[in-house]
Design a protein around this ligand. Structure first.
Ligand code: PLP
Length: 503
């Protein structure tokens, strides 16, 4: 008996029951042995792919006794950089690197080098950092309705380290606001199943109960189900614009109206869309309004380090009012270290990243973003058209520039394996089984969209001719998404992180 067989026999049981069975079964020595063997097999495969430099470069488990020359260190880093950049430079990667032109990167690097010692925590030492951050927030707020709201909302925010931190900050803010102002001590947030995992993280970190709402056949959240679940403990409702998995837009207008009606917060997760939607709208594309112009939207997350083309490590969280933002802040008056405050989760922060973000936004300007969004949306049209000629592949929902591909007739993970063999680095997703590509400026290079479609056609043809190929990751994807033992899958994910930190 193996895990796969047990899995297929238990697949019909409800989740809580399988969790109990899983716990009990793990205590049986023979089962534990089998699970350990399965884990070891998976970990071996993962470690191998995680540590390609294991034997290529000297490993440092402890400090070298004497410092290594800077030239040698730079040479090694340069070599690793060169090895790692080919795939994304040529446009084979979903998301990940959003701009990637050499000139743009070199410009950001220069800005970083000038500001590498800056720390916004020390605003007295680095007033430039506070200038950069205030202006980043204001520019992003203006893109998202500041000055154009029905209630003349002030729309304020802070710079964070990424989409996850923006979301964590917003959810903590709602928890604290509704506890202080409305006495809610058992807070609940209503979240589409397709919303980013950061909301689940916020639920775990901050003790907010998460009410997950299913999506309909169009892969947007079921608005009626959301309405049905609002109660006296609700602190906020969430919608994605668009969602990470399928690139579809939840109905932000209706969802935020529900929030407004019930006096609860509404968060638009615009981490992916924040620097696309406003410009797509200006270009005349039929994109929905998802920002503060809707009276019910009380916060947004907008990632500058994605389609804003900043270096990795910045995002913006916005609030409708300064009053709400106060609940994000941390301040202490009693610490022997002195009076202390900080706006986000971190204490010290890399001012250089804010400088590079500010510089990226200024150098792009509206014109630059309009140009890049136009190029991405035109590439999206090519992909959409190209896929129409592959009857075995369907696009889930009605996405704009992030496409999830599924199939009714083929094992989509086997198609993904074939794409990987052709150098594509795409994201395998589940529930339902599919894989996706988030189009970026890298894919707007000549010939990339055509290459994608041709490779997809060839991959489909291969899988049709050779179904059931066990070579690639398809069996692992399949098992990981169908295994009823979710504790075991979660365990493997944590072991993966252990492997990351192995020297
Ligand atoms: C819709 C959405 N929200 C939030 C996030 C989290 O962003 P980050 O990875 O910057 O923390 C992502 C990341 O891809 C995303 O796509």
């Amino acid at each position: 008996m193996d895990i796969e067989k047990i899995s297929s026999q238990l697949g019909w049981l409800p989740g809580p029951l399988t969790r109990i069975i899983e716990k009990r079964m793990k205590k049986i020595p023979a089962v534990k042995k089998m699970i350990d063997a399965e884990n070891a097999k998976t970990m071996h495969a993962l470690e191998h792919s995680l540590k390609p430099y294991k034997d290529k470069y000297e490993r440092h488990a402890a400090l070298p006794s004497a410092g290594i020359s800077r030239d040698k260190i730079l040479a090694d880093i340069q070599q690793m950089h060169d090895l790692e950049s080919n795939t994304w430079k040529d446009g084979y990667v979903s998301g990940g690197i959003y701009h990637g032109d050499n000139e743009h990167i070199e410009f950001l690097n220069k800005v970083y080098a000038l500001q590498s010692q800056s720390n916004p925590l020390h605003s007295d030492l680095f007033p430039s950092a506070t200038k950069f951050e205030a202006e980043i927030v204001s520019m992003v707020a203006t893109m998202h309705g500041k000055g154009r709201t029905p209630d003349n909302a002030e729309v304020v925010g802070t710079v964070t380290s990424g989409g996850t931190e923006s979301i964590l900050c917003a959810m903590k803010t709602y928890r604290d606001y509704y506890r202080e102002e409305h006495g809610i001590t058992a807070p609940e947030m209503i979240v589409p199943v397709t919303a980013h995992a950061a909301f689940d993280k916020a639920s775990q970190y901050f003790g907010i109960k998460q009410i997950k709402i299913k999506v309909g056949p169009d892969f947007t959240v079921d608005v009626n189900e959301v309405r049905r679940h609002v109660n006296g403990n609700t602190i906020c409702i969430v919608g994605s614009a668009p969602s990470f998995p399928h690139g579809t837009f939840d109905n932000i207008k209706e969802l935020s109206d529900i929030a407004l009606k019930h006096g609860v917060g509404f968060h638009t997760d615009c981490c992916l869309g924040g620097f696309v939607v406003p410009f797509a709208e200006k270009l005349g594309y039929p994109v929905p309004v998802v920002d503060f112009r809707l009276p019910g939207v009380t916060s947004m997350s907008v990632d500058t380090h994605k389609y804003g083309y900043a270096a990795k490590g910045t995002s913006v969280v916005l609030y409708r009012s300064a009053e709400l933002r106060h609940y994000q802040y941390y301040a202490t008056t009693e610490w022997p270290g002195g009076l202390y405050n900080s706006p986000t989760l971190a204490g010290s922060r890399p001012g250089a990243l804010s400088a590079a973000c500010w510089a990226a936004m200024l150098s792009m300007g509206e014109e630059g973003y309009l140009r890049s969004v136009k190029a991405i949306l035109e590439t999206a049209d090519k992909i959409r058209e190209g896929v129409k000629a592959i009857p075995e592949i369907k696009i889930l929902g009605n996405p704009v520039w992030i496409f999830a591909f599924a199939s009714d007739t083929l094992n989509i993970y086997e198609v993904l394996d074939q794409m990987s063999k052709k150098r594509w680095n795409l994201n395998g997703l589940h529930k339902p089984a599919c894989f996706h590509i988030a189009l970026t400026l890298r894919h707007t290079q000549p010939g990339v969209a055509e290459r994608f479609i041709q490779d997809l056609k060839d991959s489909v043809a291969y899988v049709k001719a050779h179904p059931g190929n066990k070579d690639g990751l398809a069996p692992i994807y399949g098992l990981a998404s169908s295994l009823p033992f979710r504790g075991m899958v979660s365990d493997i994910l944590k072991r993966y992180l252990d492997a990351v930190y192995k020297v």
